[in-house]
Design a protein around this ligand. Structure first.
Ligand SMILES: *Cc1c(COP(=O)(O)O)cnc(C)c1O
Length: 231
């Protein structure tokens, strides 16, 4: 199957999941996670009107951003080192992976230097896996409130990377818990904080994530095929 055929098949499943959940299709953004994949594969999708792409390395995101047409929305979904923020803060439409105050402070400073406001999500380690980045659920509201007081940075919601599981149903509780957390934080009505975005769900479990309220799903393998990290 071609990248376009894969994309359209995923799109169909997104639509069906929205229908099952009684949600409008336009409530969910399908992000094509193009990390490790060549620009030619991204270009194949542009005629379909696909504009949202996800990358997890700063260098790869900036190289692709520079070479490909403007108008693409680049999502930074990977762990971000503070010394690299300056290269990408004005290139990404949304940074999904802010998981500390120190990183948020750097994003705030570098966004100020570039004269932009950085839109960010707080990455939450819902399942408490040692291997995962992200803040603990119980620390999330306090971090959102502290970040809300920094200039040039705006909290738009939450992101999580669910555990790798055989059966997507096993992650339903993780997605439900992130949703609950976002509702709790929304109710606190911190200035400059919204919980409009819930970035959750990947190739193995995006349909369940949509049923549980995801507003952004991040699909790589399902669109571009397996990644080869040996190169
Ligand atoms: C790689 C990656 C994805 C996409 O994973 P697939 O299983 O290939 O769909 C989604 N989110 C993050 C944060 C990633 O790093």
């Amino acid at each position: 199957m071609s990248v376009c055929e894969n994309y359209l098949a995923v799109e169909e499943k997104v639509k069906e999941a929205c229908r099952r959940a009684g949600r409008n299709r336009d409530e969910v953004t399908l992000i094509a996670v193009s990390k490790t994949k060549p620009m030619s594969m991204i270009e194949e999708l542009l005629p379909l009107g696909v504009v949202d792409f996800g990358e997890n390395k700063v260098q790869e995101l900036t190289a692709k951003e520079e070479a490909l047409p403007s108008g693409i929305h680049w999502h930074m979904i990977g762990h971000l080192q503070r010394n690299k923020v300056k290269y990408m803060v004005d290139k990404a439409c949304l940074i999904h992976s802010v998981d500390s105050l120190r990183l948020a402070e750097t994003v705030s400073q570098e966004a100020g230097k570039k004269g932009v406001t950085a839109n960010i999500l707080i990455e939450v380690n819902v399942a408490g896996e040692d291997s995962k980045f992200g803040v603990r659920p119980e620390e999330t509201a306090a971090l959102a409130e502290t970040i809300s007081k920094l200039p040039n940075i705006s909290v738009k919601g939450l992101m999580t990377i669910a555990p790798f599981v055989e059966n997507a149903e096993e992650n339903r509780e993780v997605f439900r818990n992130l949703r609950k957390l976002s509702v709790d934080i929304e109710e606190k009505k911190f200035n400059n904080v919204t919980m409009a975005v819930l970035s959750m769900g990947m190739t193995g479990d995006y349909e369940v994530a949509i049923e549980e309220g995801a507003t952004m799903v991040r699909v790589g393998t399902g669109i571009f095929g397996e990644r080869d990290y040996s190169k």
